[in-house]
Design a protein around this ligand. Structure first.
Ligand code: GDP
Ligand code: IMO
Ligand code: MG
Length: 427
């Protein structure tokens, strides 16, 4: 029995897709257990680039079964479009793709709700991906308006439920925004019944499946989405996503106990990025920030928005590692720093004159945190072709050592480029 979890420890986009793909060869099943098509995981596979959103990275590998577990929120239209596009390039996924009947469904009213809510907030908007993720999770937690994948296979109940929910939503939407628009319940019903038919072969009780596979000694890889600092309980609330995107979410989202997971791998970038609004103490609004953005191609996979860039924040990232319970770290995108004269790491914050290494719970405190930096000389060498730790320039090794010390867990893998081969194993 073996299970590994890959968790982003910052604000997402840490290169989880690359790491999951790299580990896929040693696993039989890859599981997405949270989020939805707000995620964008870029994977280089067989020399081609794939931008995966709802699909687990295992979908590219014909030997592997991919699972969307109960904690995922599924937009069936987006799911089928992504599946069609991947099947065109990689062949049929039949028999190796499973969707939980417990997963919640994203409907057109979720996107409309998000549009209204983000518009109302104006300058205080969260800056979400506008995929209806938050409103769908809100309905899940609120229960009365929630619809799960399994509900679509009881058409009479499904139609009734949709009629009630659409009427309720429309009343509220119109009160907030007279321009609000929604398809009728029967339009949604007709459309979603077609999706339900196409999804039928994939829908199953994925918890039962995963437990059977664990008993049969199959190796399971859990693919995190978003990152620990976007976790709804532990992140920079309310500028977070609507699910447990730190390590805490693996169990609740998948139905597999964390006691069955032997390895929790945290993925961190060698610097920090963030998409959307919210506090970011080490953000660089200068030429260095622009240099990192251009060199790292830091533009959102899902929305194309430029990512905000800054120095590595060891206070925030070590906190992300602690709440996630990771036992090792993969340090990605180290090559992006190749050309810098000096590199900074935030090793503590100063808040109201006090030094702290605790990550504050309130965004007002995070917003006034002044980073206390350790400045290190840059290595000014192209490391994209390096394949061993000893092959790294001493200054780059020092940087990795500083991150290891501050994270308090070993860096066991270093990524120096998007390709699989551009990886250094540190044992
Ligand atoms: P994810 O959401 O965590 O899977 O990460 P994204 O795919 O959104 O963003 C990571 C980006 O960095 C992708 O475009 C990857 O192809 C790319 N990438 C991954 N590892 C490296 C690396 O070590 N160096 C460089 N330069 N790019 C990388
Ligand atoms: P991956 O899996 C980076 C951010 C959004 C926004 C906030 C809430 O590729 O790392 P949401 O649409 O989830 O309600 O938006 O969370 N966000 C991400 N940022 N990477 C992601 O996923 C993200 N998924 C959501 O930008 O700030
Ligand atoms: Mg991403």
């Amino acid at each position: 029995m073996s299970a590994t979890s890959v968790i982003g420890l910052q604000w997402g986009d840490e290169a989880k897709g690359k790491v999951v793909d790299l580990l896929t060869n040693d696993h039989d099943i890859v599981v997405r257990y949270l989020g939805g098509n707000n995620a964008g995981h870029t994977v280089k596979f067989d020399g081609e680039t794939y931008k995966l959103s709802l699909m687990p990275a295992g979908i590219l590998n014909n030997r592997v079964t991919s699972v969307l577990a109960p904690g995922v929120v599924i937009n069936p239209k987006a799911f089928l479009e992504e599946l069609d596009a991947i099947e065109l390039r990689r062949g049929s996924a039949d028999g190796r793709l499973l969707i939980s009947d417990r997963a919640h469904v994203i409907f057109p009213y979720h996107r409309e709700e998000e549009r209204i809510s983000e518009n109302l907030r104006k300058a205080d908007a969260i800056g979400t991906t506008m995929r209806g993720i938050g409103p769908c999770y809100r309905d899940k937690i609120g229960r009365t308006q929630a619809i799960r994948i399994g509900d679509m296979y009881y058409p009479d109940l499904f139609r009734q439920k949709l009629e009630t929910v659409v009427a309720e939503k429309l009343t509220v939407f119109k009160a907030l925004d007279p321009e609000a628009k929604l398809p009728t319940a029967s339009e949604i019903f007709e459309e979603y019944m077609q999706y339900a038919e196409r999804l039928r072969p994939y829908v199953t009780d994925t918890s039962a499946f995963l437990h059977r596979q664990l008993k049969a000694n199959k190796r399971i890889l859990f693919e995190g989405a978003q990152g620990a600092l976007l976790d709804v309980d532990h992140g920079t609330f309310p500028f977070v996503t609507s699910s447990n995107s730190s390590g805490c979410g693996v169990h609740s989202g998948s139905g597999v106990s964390e006691r069955l997971i032997d390895r929790m791998i945290g993925v961190v970038k060698a610097y920090t990025t963030r998409v959307g609004a919210g506090p970011f103490p080490t953000e660089l609004l200068d030429d260095t920030g622009n240099h990192i953005r251009e060199r790292g191609h830091e533009y959102g996979t899902v929305t194309g928005r430029p990512r905000r860039c800054g120095w590595f924040d060891a206070v925030a990232t070590a906190y992300g590692g602690r709440v996630s319970g990771v036992d090792c770290v993969t340090l990605a995108l180290l090559d992006v720093l190749d050309e810098l004269d000096e590199i900074k790491i935030c090793e503590a914050y100063e808040i109201d004159g006090q030094r702290t290494t605790d990550f504050p719970s309130h965004i007002a405190a995070i917003a006034k945190a002044k980073p206390i930096y350790r400045t290190m000389p840059g290595w000014k060498t192209d490391i994209t072709g390096v394949r061993t730790v000893d092959g790294l320039p001493a200054k780059a090794r020092n940087y990795v050592k500083a991150i290891t010390d501050l994270m308090e867990v070993p860096v066991t893998m270093i990524s120096v480029g998007p390709d699989r081969e551009q990886t250094i194993f540190c044992d």
